[in-house]
Design a protein around this ligand. Structure first.
Ligand code: NAD
Length: 426
């Protein structure tokens, strides 16, 4: 039996996707050792159950046809249907999607929702396509992965570069093929199609809940920098400001902005809605993208992509608390440097679990053809987030390990238990 292990190639000479997969495999190996898993079970958990690579032809407005690569990976389906977002990003590849699917498996187990982990992706820059091209691409990609998805099998959701419009097209494409409406095939849909109240801000709300739980005090006087002012980052900044924190810097692909007095986050969101990015916002100074990560703030929220905190910049990170809105923003090398420096990291599989928690609540509502109020959804989200945070914190204290290690011990441990109870067929 061979266990899939991190590659031995130096980090700078491998793709970002392979780096993400190496991080995920490293974290799994640590947990497998801590849990005393046998090699066979470790090998099961290190390899995805199903990986599908598809070629997606897309007709451009000028009549040309482009072909892009798409992926859907179901990492584990032992605890329930596969669940995970779909990413449209030019750098997406099978390794990255596999890593993201693996993290989804541990995340769902950690917060106690009955799902396995999946992820999908298309290697495309959505900003380079017209809306009609994007719709054609989405529908064709969904057709290619149709055998895998379904409300009882595998339920996609938004991720980087996709949104509720993408989910509406997916729901429609699947429903047309089925011959009837199947709202439960995706989550993060518009509310008019069965989307849940509270889903759009759920990941960010979870980031806020996790941050406040980690701080264990009011937000007054707490300074925050947020990398990535997209779906997760912009609302995380807003909710942290609402909790009394001073958000002094935010960034997106267009640039980074800084105001020592604190940004008016609602005004920055309005600026982004108008201009397409934070760059040029007048009530703040421009800042280098990398500088934001090293600012002297209390809390850093990476909410963009993987592998942004590395051995190269970790020694210069001054924040005492890092709350991972993004998946996989910290490499294992940076993790070790930051842990030695006493920096507390609320890991991705805990910090950004609010999204999949409310996705689960959306799916439950769809399966019952019933909907809950925003208040009911928020109470359930808070209960699950705070419950998981408490479990992770107390295991970390008991075992003398980081919050990331504790979160993995719980998540991986639950999936391993499910495998043992089900046994191996045949
Ligand atoms: P998004 O596409 O809405 O936003 C991503 C943002 O990051 C954009 O503003 C983009 O400009 C910015 N960005 C990209 N590269 C950057 C860089 N080098 N420096 C600064 N900013 C940069 O995506 P999202 O849905 O907000 O996802 C962000 C992260 O959160 C991803 O890691 C994703 O997997 C994770 N996540 C998302 C959800 C969700 O519900 N959407 C749930 C859990 C985790």
């Amino acid at each position: 039996m061979t266990v899939m292990v991190p590659s031995r190639t130096p980090a700078h000479s491998i793709t970002p996707g392979r780096q993400a997969l190496d991080s995920a495999l490293h974290q799994l190996a640590q947990a497998a050792e801590g849990l005393g898993l046998d090699e066979g079970l470790h090998a099961m958990l290190a390899t995805p159950r199903r990986s599908l690579t598809v070629s997606v032809p897309v007709r451009r407005e000028d009549g040309r046809m482009d072909v892009v690569q798409g992926y859907r990976v179901q990492h584990n389906i032992t605890r329930g249907p596969a669940k995970g977002g779909i990413r449209f990003h030019p750098g997406t590849d099978l390794d990255e999607v596999t890593a993201l699917a693996m993290w989804m498996t541990w995340k769902c187990a950690l917060v106690g929702i009955p799902y396995g982990g999946a992820k999908g992706g298309v290697a495309v820059d959505p900003g380079s396509l017209t809306t009609r091209e994007l719709e054609r691409l989405t529908r064709r990609y969904v057709n290619e992965i149709l055998p895998l998805i379904g409300p009882e099998k595998d339920i996609p959701a938004p991720d980087v570069g996709t949104d509720e419009q993408t989910m509406a097209w997916i729901m429609d494409t699947y429903s047309v093929n089925a011959g009837y409406s199947v709202p439960g095939v995706v989550t993060g849909k518009p509310t008019t199609l069965g989307g849940s109240l509270g889903r759009a801000g759920a990941t960010s709300r979870g980031v806020q809940i996790a941050t406040m739980a980690a701080l264990d005090r009011s937000g007054d006087g707490i300074t925050v920098a947020v990398q990535g002012f997209g779906k997760v980052g912009a609302l995380a900044a807003q909710y942290l400001a609402d909790a009394g924190c001073r958000v002094v810097a935010v960034s997106d692909v267009t640039g980074a902005i800084h105001s020592a007095a604190g940004l008016d986050v609602a005004a920055v969101r309005a600026w982004v809605a108008e201009t397409g990015g934070v760059r040029g916002y007048r009530e703040a100074d421009a800042l280098g993208l990398d500088e934001l990560l090293e600012l002297d703030v209390d809390v850093l929220v990476p909410a963009a992509l993987e592998g942004v905190l590395t051995a190269a910049n970790a020694p210069r990170v001054k924040a005492r608390l890092i709350v991972e809105g993004a998946n996989g923003p910290t490499t294992p090398e940076a993790d070790a440097i930051l842990a030695d420096a006493g920096t507390v990291i609320v890991p991705d599989i805990l910090a950004n679990a609010g999204g999949v928690i409310v996705s689960y609540l959306e799916w439950v509502q769809n399966m019952q053809a019933y909907s809950w109020s925003a208040g009911e959804v928020d109470v359930r989200l808070r209960d699950l987030m705070e419950g998981a945070f408490g479990e992770v914190k107390s295991l970390a204290a008991d075992r003398g390990v980081t919050l990331r290690d504790a979160a993995h011990l719980i998540g991986v441990g639950r999936v391993a238990d499910a495998h043992r109870m089900r046994g191996l067929y045949p």
